[in-house]
Write a protein that binds this ligand. Structure first.
Ligand code: NOJ
Length: 575
């Protein structure tokens, strides 16, 4: 079968034969798979809806796993699908050991896992240990119990300041806007204590100094490990432990940020948080196979991020410095060097990531001008909105740079289609708590969470039949739909497939970056394994190095010239 024919085969799973149906990856799969894996983030509510209610679900994912095998990913990470009132799209968990009915059942999860493993795809689930939902049994018990009770001790309840306790215990602000404390009414009807929530008021923070909390999370880890998951993405991994003095604190950076300050906030990066991951590592090591932890820690440098992946802690942590680096050669080279150095020093792989469900999609972000703090989002009138063509060209080039780097790379669903940020959602459609808690001042993250287009001519672009997608899809996505792109060898989807195939074939994930001399200022040029990679971040075309054949180019080359916003992968001519 030619590559062209292969691209045109059916998108359904029916034509894809699982490699080892029912068998977990293991035999034949590389040990320490997470060192070089390409991990695809699935945001379940926006992937594929099998029930027609407008919200994606687990059976919808299972039915479409063939598309991910075809893409060539090694693993998937599922954003939360556990029981939740969905105040923060599932990052508010009411029961950590069950599936929310909008996503399906535990049996659906088991079927998904089995099918993914049959395809040789590992499965990482999202764990949210910093806070639960206010609908969690423990929080409901805490509300019903008295101040000072063991039930209250699982969360962070404090007396207020002021004569009547009418002021919050300190001045901390929620990441989503507004105060980080909410006052409760005690069971006798009197105004009572305050509880801490770094995020929405429906997301009370656990008190991780309590042994009962630690034991509960060991139980939760084992629950999913027993089911066969390959690891966990750990939400707000730099949170959990708070400075026990609870000092007042005003961040230097925009309050929307998840952290990343030189001097950490008293609720982030506390030394004792590392004890928790040392403990979890031991839990993972009780299990056979190669299970991994990946931390979501927004910190101010890769050197700090590397603290999460010391040999007895997590296996990976997200490299948000890389995500936050503009499309500019010198800065990119700097962050690549810093990352390789910092992670190497602790024996961990670097990870690379450009998009996720919390940031403006990189097909838009990399060509935005002006400020765009993480989590703030962009709206219809954002100054400096790029034209889509430039955005897409940069996204393709930036991804080709990222996927040529050694380590593990994260892909966010839809970026393989070149999807842009939906900055023009109607206000009435927005659902992110950030939007509500800031009275519309910050748009939040809905624009990167719009359901995927599977089929250009189908109802809801094939995302859902019958239902109204939970966020409206823009008409402009018709041409970006997966079926349209499968039929086009020059599409972004075809480019991703080729990049992932070449990355695996040349073992780039386990290679090494060697910078090559002679590159112009706006150009990055390095070798990894037997490939030469050239990324042109400038505004003018540059010449291809002599003696090479082009394996891949993210934009059409004009003879031997690499245009602006283009990355090429080259191989030296034999002889
Ligand atoms: C980080 C998650 O990625 C984000 O989506 C969520 O809102 C916060 N943590 C709170 O759980």
């Amino acid at each position: 079968m030619t590559a062209q024919q292969d691209l045109r085969s059916s998108p359904d799973t029916a034509d894809v034969v699982p490699r080892e149906t029912g068998a977990p990856p293991g035999p034949g799969m590389p040990a320490q798979w997470w060192r070089s894996a390409v991990i695809y983030q699935i945001y379940p509510r926006s992937f594929h809806d099998s029930t027609g209610d407008g919200v994606g679900d687990l059976p919808g994912i299972t039915a479409r796993l063939g598309a991910l095998q075809e893409l060539g990913v090694d693993a998937i990470w599922l954003s939360p699908f556990m029981t939740s009132p969905q105040k923060d799209a599932g990052y508010d968990v009411a029961d950590y050991c069950d599936v929310d009915p909008i996503f399906g059942t535990l049996a659906d999860f088991d079927a998904l896992l089995e099918r993914a493993h049959g395809f040789g795809i590992r499965v990482i689930v999202d764990l949210v240990p910093n806070h639960s939902s206010d609908q969690h049994l423990w929080f409901q018990q805490a509300l019903a119990a008295a101040p000072g009770s063991p039930e209250r001790a699982r969360y962070i309840f404090r007396e207020g300041r002021g004569e009547q306790g009418e002021q919050p215990p300190n001045n901390w602000q929620s990441i989503f806007g507004g105060p980080a404390w909410t006052r409760i009414t005690e069971t006798d009807g009197t105004p009572g204590q305050w509880y801490l929530h770094l995020f929405d008021s429906s997301q009370p923070d656990f008190d991780w100094s309590q042994e009962e909390v630690k034991e509960e999370f060991r139980r939760i880890l084992r629950f999913w490990l027993d089911r066969g998951v390959d690891g966990f993405r750990v939400d707000v991994a730099h949170g959990l432990v708070k400075d026990q003095d609870f000092p007042d604190y005003t961040p230097d950076v925009d309050a929307a940020s998840m952290g990343g300050e030189e001097t950490p906030a008293p609720y982030f990066e506390q030394t004792a948080v590392h004890e928790i991951y040392r403990d979890w590592r031991l839990v993972l090591e009780e299990y056979p196979g190669d299970r991994a932890l990946c931390g979501e820690a927004w910190v101010s440098s890769v050197a700090k991020a590397a603290l999460w992946v010391r040999p007895d802690e997590m296996h990976q942590t997200f490299n948000f410095q890389y995500l936050e680096t503009p499309w500019e050669a010198e800065q990119l080279r700097g962050v690549i060097d810093d990352s390789l150095y910092a992670f190497n020093a602790v024996g961990a792989p670097s990870t690379w990531v450009l998009s996720n469900h919390d940031v403006v999609r990189h097909a838009t972000r990399l060509s935005l001008t002006g400020e765009n703090p993480q989590g703030t989002g962009i709206g219809p009138a954002h100054p400096g909105l790029p034209d889509r063509e430039t955005g897409l060209a940069r996204a393709r080039a930036a991804t080709a740079l990222m996927l040529a780097l050694p380590g593990s790379a994260y892909i966010y669903q839809g970026e393989e289609l070149g999807l842009d940020e939906v900055h023009d959602l109607p206000d009435a459609a927005r659902q992110d708590p950030t939007w509500f808690r800031t009275a519309g001042e910050r748009f939040g993250r809905d624009g990167c969470r719009v359901p995927l287009p599977w089929a250009g001519e189908a109802e809801n672009f094939g995302f859902s039949s019958g239902g109204t997608p939970w966020l409206p899809q823009p008409e402009r996505w018709e041409d970006l739909s997966r079926d349209v792109q499968r039929a086009d060898p020059d599409s972004t989807l075809s480019l991703y497939r080729r990049m992932l195939a070449l990355r695996a074939e040349h073992d780039l994930g386990l290679g090494e970056v060697r910078w090559l001399p002679g590159a112009e200022d706006a150009v990055l040029m390095f070798s990894n394994q037997d490939l030469t990679v050239l990324a042109n971040t400038g505004t003018k075309p540059v010449a291809l190095p002599a003696g090479h054949q082009v394996l891949l180019a993210t934009a059409p080359l004009a003879g031997s010239q690499v245009p602006a916003d283009c990355t090429v992968w080259l191989q030296r001519h034999a002889g």
